[in-house]
Design a protein around this ligand. Structure first.
Ligand SMILES: NC(=O)CC[C@H](N)C(=O)O
Length: 222
């Protein structure tokens, strides 16, 4: 399996994401946001966390207009995998590849700590390595993690089993305590907590490693 990690000015989890992909067996290429093409044969595109363009305008809004985004959209529209973590989730929402928006945390504070999440569905190639309802611990580090969407969108996400992760306790005001969602074809995952920062026991929790391992396995089986 081959992964590409997009790097924006202000990305700060790009290398963490590359390390997590590599540990799961992926070949990884780093791709500068001004590039217009993804490397040949990429299976999954990772949109990393950070503070792209200093979080000006809205988090992810400027990055979503970067030249590489057309290639990202084409990859996803052709059925390719994508994962957006934290700022990467914000970018995916701003591109329209996932529905909804992320607003300022309800408490108006930056939140940086490990949090407990429940795995809401195992019916995706990101979450198939967990058991349904399993509690995992990933860190969060964000000020704009308050997920909002229209009631119709939230109802569709729930009805279609597209809520991938939920905060076990209200963290930031997100509707339905939603922490991560899947695209309609279940091949794009956006989430605020950081599995790549929880992918090695040396980091305090290795709960995130199963996500990358499941994705690698799905590719091998395909
Ligand atoms: N760790 C991150 O990716 C930060 C995300 C975003 N810039 C925020 O603070 O909301």
């Amino acid at each position: 399996m081959k992964a590409a990690v997009i790097v924006f000015p202000g990305s700060n989890c790009d290398r963490d994401l590359a390390v997590a992909f590599r540990a799961a067996g992926f070949d990884v290429d780093m791709v500068w946001h001004k590039d217009t093409e993804l490397p040949q044969g990429v299976d999954v595109v990772g949109v990393p966390g950070g503070f792209s363009f200093g979080d000006y305008l809205r988090c992810g809004a400027i990055a979503a207009r970067s030249p590489i985004v057309a290639a990202l959209k084409a990859h996803v529209e052709a059925g390719g995998y994508g994962i957006g973590i934290c700022n990467g989730f914000q970018v995916l929402l701003e591109t329209g590849l996932l529905p909804g928006a992320l607003m300022r945390n309800a408490g108006l504070k930056f939140i940086c700590k490990p949090v407990e999440l429940s795995v809401e569905t195992t019916a995706s190639d990101f979450t198939s390595g967990y058991s349904a309802g399993q509690t995992v611990t990933y860190p969060v580090a964000h000020h704009d993690g308050n997920y909002v969407a229209t009631p119709e969108v939230v109802a569709a996400l729930e009805a279609e089993d597209r809520v991938a992760f939920r905060y076990c306790e209200d963290l930031n005001g997100s509707v339905g305590r939603i922490a991560g969602i899947l695209s309609e074809n279940r091949r794009v995952l956006g989430l605020m907590p950081h599995p790549e920062r929880a992918a090695d026991p040396a980091l305090g929790t290795a709960d995130g490693a199963a996500l990358f391992a499941a994705l690698a396995k799905a590719g091998v089986a395909a």
